[in-house]
Write a protein that binds this ligand. Structure first.
Ligand code: GLY
Ligand code: MN
Ligand code: MN
Length: 436
């Protein structure tokens, strides 16, 4: 069996189990449709329902749907409108079509006519803000138990999903090199952003998230996406957090560069990079991701001490919460069909949740590590004045040194890791850069 055939068999088995556990006869997964701006007739870029692209690698066919009854072939209703205003979406012959019953429709009424009374017993998964979908007489809309069941098991990726994530990382790595070159050529943030897109022939709406392209101080703004149109007089540092997609799967990569090869900031980038790589050697099934997060905090705390930004031992710096002021976000998250892939807080497929730790409120992944999971590892160290305010009187903080770092923003290094057995992990991101 090839990898897509095995993937769709796994998806089918997961839906079988989820439907049985939640007592539904069938499921209707709606791809969704574009939302139109308020008082306007312009649509926002279409983002397909992730549970739709879980089945088939079709991301650009709004108003399509998949109907699945356990024991039967999935039916894909492919929406191809008769519309002379827009170009029809071309769906090339592809392998997925051999695994489904394909029904081409040009009106949603044809879907409901095909289903007949079966629509009354089905569970609907998707957005339903528009007619006629809003009025379909389905048995339940987005039942939480069904979603939790599916989300819990999505954490383990199939081989086909990992292949797609590999390609997404190769695309993003290629674009990252173009962006790096544009930074060293002294380009503006917007020019760097354009160089990134051009390198892989992407339009902005194909990116998995708004790229973070920050020069100098902007590197400290965690989700900076302003893109200044003029280059600063001096580009000292560059933080880029940007991804790519392939068949609906997402890459999420961060790199930080120092213009100068030597000096304080160049050394800091190397230190954070080394601390990230050291952490990668600790990933193994059985540990909790939370333990990795704390281990990474201690390494960042050590760097804060080594660079004389904060005085004291790593343990003290961590215990007093200073490392959280410099590294406020989580160590990482699941990644796959969504950049922040789902299920990070789920304890089981019945929807029970892990308790969040108020010390680390932004950590999105609390599950034990298992082979087959894919997640990011993205430590950072930044000067975020808003967070340092709470420690304004702390004698441990070396403000002169912090002032020295502020004009560089900060550092983040982010890779995506496939967990293997016994620490035999795959670094999708570093492998992708190595291939170039
Ligand atoms: N790019 C968003 C994140 O790293 O989580
Ligand atoms: Mn990330
Ligand atoms: Mn990122």
């Amino acid at each position: 069996m090839n990898s897509y055939a095995a993937h769709i068999a796994t998806v089918q088995a997961r839906f079988d189990a989820a439907l049985a556990a939640t007592d539904f006869e069938s499921v209707l997964v709606y791809a969704g449709q574009p939302r139109v701006a308020f008082l306007d007739d312009n649509a926002a870029p279409f983002k397909v329902n992730p549970l739709f692209k879980y089945w088939i690698p079709v991301t650009d066919s709004p108003k399509s749907a998949i109907f699945y009854t356990p024991g039967e072939r999935p039916v894909v209703f492919l929406f191809q409108p008769r519309d002379f205003w827009h170009a029809a979406v071309k769906i090339a012959p592809a392998e997925w079509q051999e695994h489904v019953e394909l029904v081409v429709i040009d009106e949603l009424d044809k879907l409901t006519a095909y289903l007949g009374d079966k629509i009354k017993t089905t569970a609907f998964l998707g957005e339903d803000f528009a007619e006629p979908v809003k009025s379909w007489p389905v048995r339940a809309r987005n039942p939480q138990q069904l979603i939790d069941h599916l989300h819990f098991h999505r954490a383990l990726k199939t081989d086909w999903e990992i292949e797609n994530l590999r390609v997404a990382n190769e695309r993003a790595a290629k674009a990252h090199l173009a962006a790096k070159e544009a930074f060293f050529a002294g380009k503006s943030e917007l020019e760097i952003h354009h160089a990134y897109l051009a390198a892989i022939n992407f339009r902005e709406s194909e990116l998995p998230y708004n790229s973070i392209v920050g020069l100098n101080e902007h590197g400290a703004i965690l989700h900076y996406d302003v893109y200044e149109t003029t280059a600063p007089a001096e580009s000292r540092s560059f933080l880029i957090d940007a991804g790519a997609t392939y068949r609906g799967y997402c890459a999420d990569i961060t790199r930080t560069y120092s213009r100068s090869e030597t000096g304080f900031f160049a050394d800091l980038v190397k230190a954070v990079d080394a601390a990230q790589q050291e952490l990668l050697t600790e990933i193994k099934p059985g540990l909790d991701y939370y333990q990795l997060h704390v281990s990474q905090h201690l390494k960042i705390a050590q760097i804060l001490s080594d660079f004389d930004l904060v005085r004291g031992s790593a343990e003290n710096i961590y215990e007093q919460g200073f490392s959280s002021a410099f590294f406020p976000h989580g160590l990482g998250h699941f990644i796959g069909l969504q950049v922040h892939d789902v299920g990070g807080f789920l304890r089981n497929d019945r929807g029970d949740l892990y308790d969040r730790d108020p010390r680390h409120p932004f950590l999105r992944l609390l599950r034990p590590i298992e082979a087959g999971q894919v997640f990011t590892i993205e430590p950072g160290l930044y000067v975020v004045d808003q967070l340092l305010e709470a420690h304004a009187d702390a004698k441990e903080l070396n403000w002169e040194r912090i002032d020295e770092l502020r004009p560089y923003g900060g550092v983040r290094i982010e890779d995506s890791i496939v967990v293997g057995e016994n620490g035999n992990n795959e670094n999708l991101t570093r492998d992708a850069f190595a291939k170039l």
